[in-house]
Design a protein around this ligand. Structure first.
Ligand SMILES: *Cc1c(COP(=O)(O)O)cnc(C)c1O
Length: 201
């Protein structure tokens, strides 16, 4: 399992402390803030993951500067990322974001939409579809927290069977629900507050 340190709204000195402690993978939500940090740490061998909402006019910078994008929630974004990925870089690792709690306000594909989108995404040449990502609605206890994570795990298994894939990534779990996500097989937990403390707003 990989720990993704979510460093949004924390400054470079905090990131440096995490690097000194051995952390190499960082998650960011806001493009310009992320680009500044990527530039600042360009001499370090770090992995940068984008985990924020994506507007289509931002895809070029994402394709040029990131190693992973977790929040691909529609085919059009995947197509643009593939077209805009520079030829000298490895394929961009992506996850499809799933709205597991089926909240109207949340971004993400509905589970039943995956069957239509996945075959088209895996055909894109400059992307590497790695798996699924979700941000479930907050839930009170451990057992309730497990439910959407279990759904996401089962959806990944089903896609692997149906399309004979080896999708290996379940990006799920944050500071408040990471134990439940790990119990359901998270392969990447995205943790901010529990590492860096409260964010500046
Ligand atoms: C901010 C954020 C996190 C980290 O949240 P914490 O509660 O601070 O651990 C994880 N994932 C996404 C998508 C985020 O936006």
């Amino acid at each position: 399992m990989q720990l993704l340190a979510v460093s949004k709204r924390h400054d470079c000195s905090k990131i440096q402390q995490a690097i000194d402690a051995g952390q190499t993978a960082f998650g960011e939500n806001y493009l310009q803030e992320a680009l500044d940090k990527i530039q600042y740490f360009s001499d370090c061998q770090l992995q940068w993951h984008f985990i924020g909402p994506i507007q289509s006019n931002k895809t070029r910078k994402l394709a040029e500067h990131f190693d992973w994008v977790h929040t691909v929630d529609r085919l059009k974004i995947a197509q643009r990322l593939s077209e805009q990925r520079p030829a000298d870089l490895a394929p961009l690792n992506i996850c499809l974001q799933v709205n597991v709690s089926e909240e109207g306000t949340k971004s993400g594909l509905l589970l039943h939409e995956l069957n239509e989108v996945v075959p088209q995404v895996i055909a894109l040449p400059n992307l590497c579809l790695r798996g699924l990502m979700a941000i479930p609605a907050p839930a009170a206890g451990f057992e309730q927290q497990r439910v959407p994570f279990q759904q996401l795990r089962e959806a990944l298994q089903q896609l692997n069977q149906q399309y004979q894939l080896n999708l290996d990534t379940l990006s799920m779990g944050m500071s408040d629900d990471m134990e439940a996500a790990i119990a359901e097989g998270a392969t990447i937990v995205r943790v901010g507050t529990a590492i860096f403390g409260q964010r500046l707003t």
